[in-house]
Write a protein that binds this ligand. Structure first.
Ligand SMILES: [Zn+2]
Length: 218
């Protein structure tokens, strides 16, 4: 019952990319934001040095900063891409707006499988659960490893903040509701690894988060 989590911070949006792997060196790649050669090389070197066998590519959601390395990772490691079905239009739209964000060389790709709420995914001998937390994006999921109480929470919640909801498919009330219903139902000591910025815990955010914490007015 050991799940290791490696994080990288990539692209001008300072997006956190994750590799989850276990003692058998089986791993999954989550939200590859690696946008250029140097960032991709950094990821490749880690995979090589650790001897990790990547088996799956997962997206918490499909905003541009989380999918910049999707096509590359699929090709480089032969990985199938899994996203929630509600993210299909979100992923599709990236090719339209990526150039406006300065990512002229963005290469689009499609999902191979669809993630379902409460589904279990295997990483070697470990299992992670797919939890559905829409609001920042319509098909946003988070990945929870129960045994080690660790959760890759994407852009649902950040240390002291929450994801923006002004992008297409965003829903502020739904996000607040799902954070409380799903993320805050996890044990207080659960470590949350957001898509941007440092890790936090469920307990810390329940106490201190100005949007969803105990003293929030929302
Ligand atoms: Zn996002």
């Amino acid at each position: 019952m050991m799940l290791k989590i490696k994080s990288f911070t990539f692209n001008p949006f300072q997006e956190n990319t994750f590799i989850l792997y276990d003692e058998t060196k089986s791993g999954v790649l989550i939200d590859p934001g690696c946008a250029d050669l140097a960032e991709r090389r950094e990821l490749e070197e880690f995979v090589l040095d650790e001897g990790i066998q990547l088996t799956q590519l997962l997206n918490t959601h499909c905003h541009v900063d989380h999918v910049l390395g999707n096509a590359w990772a699929k090709r480089r490691y032969g990985l199938p891409l899994s996203i929630h079905q509600n993210e299909i239009p979100v992923l599709k739209s990236v090719e339209v707006y990526a150039p406006q964000y300065g990512f002229a060389s963005y290469e689009s790709t499609e999902a191979d499988h669809f993630l379902v709420e409460n589904q279990t995914l295997a990483i070697g001998k470990e299992n992670i659960e797919v939890l559905f937390v829409p609001g920042h994006a319509p098909g946003h999921v988070v990945f929870y490893h129960k045994e080690s109480k660790q959760c890759i929470c994407g852009d649902t919640l950040f240390r002291g903040s929450i994801g923006r909801t002004d992008l297409p498919g965003g829903d502020h009330h739904l996000l607040l509701q799902k954070i409380r219903e799903v993320l805050f139902a996890l044990p207080d000591e659960t470590i949350l690894y957001p898509g941007h910025g440092p890790a936090t815990t469920v307990g810390f955010e329940k106490q201190n988060n100005p949007f969803v914490g105990k003293n929030s007015i929302y």
